[in-house]
Design a protein around this ligand. Structure first.
Ligand code: TYM
Length: 350
């Protein structure tokens, strides 16, 4: 009996030490629409593999979505679906902290503090701000402009070592590092300086119909973007319609052959094949055959995720349990950083 107690205590101690020494990860996706193949290949797919090695926090960045007008009921539906999709993509809620950003008030609180340590000039240089303000010319709001400071708060609250994102978010992780270094320069080592973690293949999935721009849920052409939970026949149809070129050879050349190279990237990410192997596989075969094979590979990649997401969505109580528990665990970590920051900047403790 006594021996058993000692062993249990030892295990708890070992787990605690392991947790302390594990590096930490934070990332998130905006639930502003259905998840895309781009966000899957660029981000989520790489998250599940990290759970054993890292202490992982994955959020649903719902506060960020408010920078563009949302339909309230749709936002709620997308948020719940995204919780289910995270789990269906292999994120075990016991091993990963899955939470909704707005459920942890520390994000908005630290976001405000960091607004005051972020410069107008550096925010003006953000590519996403320029793109989104061009797309939403009638709603260039302050939130759209200060978005990177809130994203910095998301990351810094958890003292994250790594931020796994697609290539388009690299600039935001860089400004987060600048803000953290500036703050640390004034107040000492308050924040861990995070590193971006960008996949080798799939970091930039392009639109199927205009391969010079990123695949995105805000794409005006519905055929350009593939959604993770889309019906197989729709996915297959979009790939059949994908833009290629008049050269009829499957060769990786992003500048000269952006459409074909994008399809090769997607196929490589979906199957683990190298570009050389793909070129050899389709040598002498037409584009029709190539596009069909890529479409089929994506359908098979996404099929189990769609089925599992639908299955999980039937159990709302379970999903609520997941995000409630996630918010509690996230808030515990986030509030420790927030208290430290409040103290450092001179806010009176309650
Ligand atoms: P969001 O919601 O636009 O995209 C979510 C993730 O998916 C990646 N991604 C892509 N990767 C490759 N090809 C594509 N076509 C593609 N489209 C999207 C993005 O790089 C991202 O990793 N600001 C973030 C959300 C966020 C966040 C954070 C991320 C808020 N706070 C803290 C990391 C840490 C965004 O808008 O991602």
């Amino acid at each position: 009996m006594e021996q058993e107690k000692i062993t249990t205590a030892k295990t708890a101690e070992t787990e605690k030490t392991a947790k302390i020494s594990k590096k930490r990860i934070l990332s998130g996706i905006q639930p502003s629409g259905d998840l895309t193949l781009g966000s899957y290949l660029g981000a989520i797919r790489n998250w599940a593999a990290l759970a054993d090695e890292y202490d992982c926090y994955y959020m649903l960045a719902d506060l960020h979505t408010l920078t563009v007008r949302q339909v309230p009921a749709e936002l709620r539906r997308h948020t719940l679906t995204q919780v289910a999709a995270y789990i269906a993509c292999g994120l075990d809620p016991e091993k990963n902290v899955l939470f909704v950003q707005s459920h942890v008030p520390a994000h908005a609180q630290l976001g405000w503090v960091l607004d005051c340590y972020t410069m107008f000039g550096e925010l003006s240089r953000m590519t996403q701000f320029k793109d989104k303000s061009a797309k939403n010319a009638d709603n260039i709001n302050a939130g759209l402009f200060t978005y990177p400071a809130l994203m910095a708060a998301d990351i810094l609250l958890y003292q994250a070592d790594l931020v796994p994102v697609g290539g388009d978010q690299k600039q935001h992780v860089e400004i987060c590092r600048d803000i953290a270094s500036r703050f640390n320069g004034i107040y000492g080592d308050v924040f861990k300086i995070p590193e971006p973690y960008i996949p080798q293949v799939g970091a930039r999935v392009m639109s199927l119909t205009s391969p010079e721009s990123k695949m995105s849920k805000s794409d005006k052409d519905p055929n350009g973007c593939v959604y993770m939970l889309e019906k197989p026949e729709d996915i297959a149809r979009k790939f059949k319609k994908a833009v290629t070129d008049s050269d009829a050879s499957v060769r990786f050349d992003p500048a000269g052959k952006p459409g074909v190279s994008n399809l090769m990237q997607i196929y490589a990410a979906a199957t683990g094949r190298t570009f050389e192997a793909i070129e050899a596989e389709f040598a002498g075969r037409g584009y029709g055959d190539f596009k069909k094979t890529v479409g089929d590979a994506v359908v098979e990649l996404l099929r189990p995720i769609r089925e599992e997401t639908e299955h999980l969505l039937a159990d709302k109580a379970y999903l609520e349990g997941v995000y409630r528990a996630g918010a509690e665990r996230a808030a515990y970590t986030a509030n420790r950083t927030l208290s430290k920051v409040f103290k450092k900047v001179g806010l009176l403790a309650r």
